[in-house]
Design a protein around this ligand. Structure first.
Ligand SMILES: [Zn+2]
Ligand SMILES: [Zn+2]
Length: 89
């Protein structure tokens, strides 16, 4: 008799943020029903971004990213300094 929950199976991982069941997003998340490798944190963000893209006059992902990096840099300064930085080299 085979068990479906075999330890050889890869850990279910979000394709966007790489969160897993043992290590979920900081705010908590679940799996999106029809997308086995996408968590709700990322799904909600994609949904919001899609709405932004449709509604903004001339949406620029480059400029959006620049704005995001500014906000994230400010938030990082307020974060617990003992927490590992997510900033990539
Ligand atoms: Zn995710
Ligand atoms: Zn997640």
């Amino acid at each position: 008799m085979e068990t479906k929950k075999d330890s050889k199976l890869p850990v279910r991982t979000c394709r966007v943020c790489r969160c897993t069941d043992p290590e979920p997003c900081r705010g908590g998340c679940a799996w999106v029903d029809d997308k086995p490798d996408l968590c709700t944190t990322c799904y909600l963000m994609i949904d919001a971004l899609a709405e932004w893209y449709m509604n903004a006059h001339w949406p620029s992902f480059a400029q959006l990213r620049h704005e995001l990096e500014t906000v994230i840099a400010t938030m990082a300064l307020l974060e617990d300094p003992t927490r590992r930085s997510h900033v990539r080299p």
